[in-house]
Design a protein around this ligand. Sequence first.
Ligand SMILES: CC(C)(COP(=O)(O)OP(=O)(O)OC[C@H]1O[C@@H](n2cnc3c(N)ncnc32)[C@H](O)[C@@H]1OP(=O)(O)O)[C@@H](O)C(=O)NCCC(=O)NCCS
Length: 182
Amino acid sequence: MDENPFRKQEQLAVRIEIAKPEDWEAYKKIRLESITGKDAEMFGPKGVARDRNKSDQEWQEDLSRSENMFTVLSWSGSEVVGMGAAREKEEKRFWHMGSAYVKPEFRGGAGRKMLAFIIRKIFDRGGSKVEVGVKPGNERSMRLCKSLGFKKVGMSDGWQMLELSLADGEAIKRIQDILNAR
Ligand SMILES: CC(C)(COP(=O)(O)OP(=O)(O)OC[C@H]1O[C@@H](n2cnc3c(N)ncnc32)[C@H](O)[C@@H]1OP(=O)(O)O)[C@@H](O)C(=O)NCCC(=O)NCCS
């Protein structure tokens, strides 16, 4: 029997969307929560330092329409409960996915669905390869990325880098199955 059916019910209700410029305050709030809370060390220090000092205008600019960069928010009603972001690297069709965060009380499947959503959007924008950087010891993220099909490709600046090729149909089928599941 489920220990906390109410929590599961809430998770099912989570809605994932690409953030719009008018969402900037909710986006700023969850990003600051992620980089100042107890999971802060799971995020890249350069991005953290930049975001701690960003002006409101810069937070808004992050969400302005762009073909090679987007942010995703997970909503439960009018509350943002998760976020993630992706940007195309200099190498065309090669995308970096990062800043993934789900509020602790919403974890347990919500992250998987959100990352699947981001990967699907990357694919829809013509992406053929996705990378993530995971801090060694972040077993939860590591396990999640591996189960999505990511493979370790080496270390960079102390981060375990993993890549997922979208070129074969297998990866995107796995992603679509996650998105189709209730
Ligand atoms: C990473 C994060 C976004 C994932 O969201 P989530 O809802 O927790 O993810 P899911 O539950 O969908 O998937 C987590 C996986 O790790 C597994 N897991 C849970 N606790 C674990 C643990 N202590 N050790 C190893 N694996 C664990 C889960 O079982 C699941 O794997 P499975 O689907 O194969 O069973 C969320 O945990 C988070 O915000 N973490 C803190 C910030 C962070 O680390 N961000 C990532 C930076 S790369």
